[in-house]
Ligand binder design. Structure first.
Ligand code: BGC
Length: 732
């Protein structure tokens, strides 16, 4: 007999002897009762089997990424706790929910989860790109749109945001996070959580967030996915944990544990991070879901001898929900009998899952209104937002002699493998996004410019076929400017998409060189989901715009920047290495004992191609002097650092001011500089705006040790903005 059928029959038998729930005063069904009372009331009515099903996550359909394809559609019992849902309307969901509510003994709703990473149907730029906007409010709004679209299609829970700090662009998943900096990732993490969850998890159009992959997954050795990471406790606390802590503080309902092994203890079996830090220290009261099949993978990682032991280790470590590998349901009864798991632990795990279901309002409003497509997604205001976020995410890397913006009457040759594609603009992990929704570059530019547009791809992303070069060269010769769209395919980034090099294939470089040789000005549009090696491209281009994978509104956003309808304002949230050989390279490294030419590469520069925070605008900004409200501050006091920025151009523009600190002497040595605050403001042409950093010493100057204890030393600290530095003294 199929195991789930057997299980269903067991349920029926249990149901016959179980207490009747027909009374009107059932507390857990009373929407006005406090959540904790409802949880306890329901918990005490549940059989062990019913409890365990709350801890098991099934999948309906297939995960849409290659390495998870092949998962069969499973038979779903009415009592299941959660489902990864690949439908894109509420109809199927409601059918399943009716089954859960009406055919299960206690009527516990299913929690429907889905990977809504950078949009559901309206696709926003990949998260790494969004981080370059330095506009957390836009990021919040993007997540709110993603929540509204997915909610109206039957999703309650997204496996996002991913807040893994990543400093190795060979890792394919670098695109899913917010870059290399713990502070920036923390701010974006909070924005995303607020966007998805709103102020009230129970309200319509809000969904539960899931911080992932807890923790340190971005440190996977040499950028290879799933492999172990070597992370010291100090680095765990100062680099990898902060965004998760920020997300927990913002009220994130759930977390997903990571796949990898952290210095000998796999994340899926790591009691320290899952229980001691997350629950005991931070007080998280939601639940942790494992990553896909990660519990059973404890065997491959060498931590568990068999499936049963894998379930025991993961459960005891603090993973409440087992994603798709079914081990909890199978083995916890035995583990209870053997005394390896306690009933109180099972209750606590179920309590955490139920708590989130109650907070989401699933018991009181289990079904989703079945609206027509036109009301569910791609709403005009969502598309406007997608364009704005795409625009603000793009980074102008070079603009010699003010080549950009282009004259609206320019004759443009649009060249390169990304000239007319749609799919690659959605990036990887594109939810339910469709390539047919995407505005490609050629369409966006054709609509924006009144001059002639000639499209000649020239070549594909890779390979040796140069037969299209001649047409592309001819098009460039007959045009005022060649816009050459180069980069990576979207499928080159994402899960299981590690690459040994961050280069762009040689054929694209050859194409750019051939175009440059015509003498026509060259604008490069660079699409990618990771920092790429641009050092050989840079000399061939007059202007370079990093577009990333911009999403649904790709063509319109790019055209707006090319024409000057939009003024670029993105700045890098991750360092662009000069070549792959510099990796890892990031701005907030610690100092070396030897300075100057000691310890640098002898064959290439040791400086990055483009540093963290770099990005140009069509406006020019002048920074006034950095001023302090005081040069001394007591440990519990506060002080303000300010700088006035003037837009000296004739074009309105947005400027982001990054505030860094540096503690030059410390018992635990500190990075050369650390971002502690940033702010973006629109500065109209010719006007000035003041940017202020309100410094709270413990929060902004203090540091954690390897146990997570925060402390603040008295003494001197530097405040850094642009090229200026000021010194303040913290007094006892
Ligand atoms: C990924 C997660 C994702 C999960 C569910 C896993 O393979 O690592 O990020 O949320 O699948 O699709």
């Amino acid at each position: 007999m199929h195991s789930s059928l057997k299980f269903t029959f067991t349920f029926l038998a249990v149901a016959l002897v179980a207490a009747s729930c027909s009374s009107d005063d059932i507390v857990y069904k009373d929407a006005s009762a406090p959540v904790e009372k409802r949880v306890e009331d329901l918990l005490k009515r549940m059989t062990l089997e019913e409890k365990l099903l709350q801890l098991n996550q099934y999948t309906l359909g297939m995960n849409n990424i290659e390495n998870n394809l092949g998962e069969a559609v499973r038979e779903i019992p009415a009592e299941i706790g959660s489902l990864i849902y690949f439908g894109d309307d509420a109809i199927l969901r409601n059918k399943m929910q009716h089954r859960a509510m009406e055919e299960s003994r206690l009527g516990i709703p299913i929690l429907f989860g889905h990977d809504v990473i950078h949009g559901y149907r309206t696709i926003f730029p990949v998260p790494l790109a969004q981080a370059c906007s330095w506009n957390p409010e836009l990021v919040r709004q993007g997540c709110a749109v993603a929540a509204q679209e997915s909610y109206s299609c039957g999703v309650d829970w997204t496996f996002s945001p991913m807040v893994d700090i990543a400093r190795d662009p060979r890792w394919g998943r670098v695109m899913e996070g917010y870059g290399e900096d713990p502070y920036a990732a923390s701010v974006y993490c909070q924005a995303a959580v607020r966007g998805y969850q709103g102020d009230d998890l129970g309200a319509e159009n809000t969904i539960a967030a899931c911080l992932k992959h807890y923790v340190g997954y971005g440190a996977s050795e040499a950028g290879r996915d799933y492999v172990p990471a070597e992370i010291s406790d100090q680095t765990l606390w100062d680099t990898y944990l902060p965004p998760f802590e920020a997300g927990v503080k913002a009220g994130a309902a759930t977390l997903m544990s990571a796949f990898h092994n952290i210095s000998g203890t796999p994340a899926s079996g790591n009691h320290y991070i899952l229980t001691e830090v997350l629950k005991d220290k931070w007080g998280h009261d939601g639940f942790v879901v494992s990553d896909w099949d990660a519990v059973v993978q404890l065997k491959n990682q060498g931590m568990a001898a068999d499936d049963k032991e894998a379930a025991e280790i993961a459960f005891n470590a603090g993973i409440e929900m087992d994603m798709v590998d079914d081990l909890y349901k199978k083995y916890i009864p035995q583990l209870l009998e053997e005394g390896k798991v306690k009933m109180s632990q099972v209750d606590e795990a179920v309590r955490r899952v139920l708590r989130i279901k109650f907070r989401l309002g699933l018991f009181d409003k289990p079904y989703i209104e079945e609206k027509p497509e036109s009301e569910r997604y791609l709403l005009p205001e969502s598309l406007d937002l997608a364009e704005r976020l795409a625009t603000e995410s793009m980074v102008l890397l070079k603009n010699d002699d003010g080549l950009l913006p282009l004259d609206i009457r320019s004759r443009i040759a649009l060249i390169g493998p990304l000239s007319s594609v749609r799919r690659d603009h959605n990036g990887n992990w594109y939810g339910r996004g469709k390539e047919t929704d995407v505005i490609p570059f050629n369409e966006g530019i054709a609509e924006e410019f009144s001059g002639r547009l000639t499209v000649a791809e020239g070549c594909d992303f890779e390979g040796d076929d140069r037969s299209g070069f001649a047409r592309a060269v001819a098009a460039a010769r007959e045009s005022d400017v060649a816009v050459v769209c180069i980069g990576h395919k979207s499928r080159w980034s994402g899960e299981n998409c590690s690459r040994s090099t961050i280069e762009i294939p040689q054929i694209q470089l050859d194409l750019v060189r051939a175009i440059k040789a015509t003498g026509t000005k060259v604008v490069l549009l660079v699409s990618c989901g990771r920092p790429v090696d641009l050092h050989l491209f840079e000399p061939e281009a007059d202007a370079i715009l990093l577009t990333w994978h911009p999403g649904t509104m790709a063509g319109r956003a790019v055209a707006g920047i090319l024409s000057g309808r939009s003024n670029p304002s993105g700045k890098l949230a991750i360092t662009f290495p000069y070549t792959t050989g510099q990796i890892p390279i990031y701005y907030n490294r610690r100092n070396s004992g030897r300075r100057g030419t000691q310890g640098i590469y002898k064959d290439i520069t040791s400086n990055p191609m483009y540093q963290f925070g770099y990005g140009l605008s069509y406006s020019t900004f002048e920074y006034g002097p950095l001023t302090l409200s005081s040069e001394n501050v007591s440990r519990n006091g506060s002080l303000q650092a300010s700088v006035t920025v003037t837009n000296t151009s004739s074009r309105d523009g947005q400027e982001t001011v990054h505030w860094f600190i540096c503690d030059p002497v410390s018992r635990i040595t500190r990075p050369v500089k650390e971002l502690k605050y940033f702010e973006k403001q629109l500065i109209p042409a010719g006007e000035s705006r003041t940017f202020t950093f309100d410094i709270e010493p413990m929060r902004d100057l203090g540091f954690v040790d390897r146990t997570g204890r925060r402390y603040l030393d008295s003494g001197e600290y530097h405040i850094i903005v642009g090229t200026q530095q000021a010194t303040i003294t913290v007094t006892d």
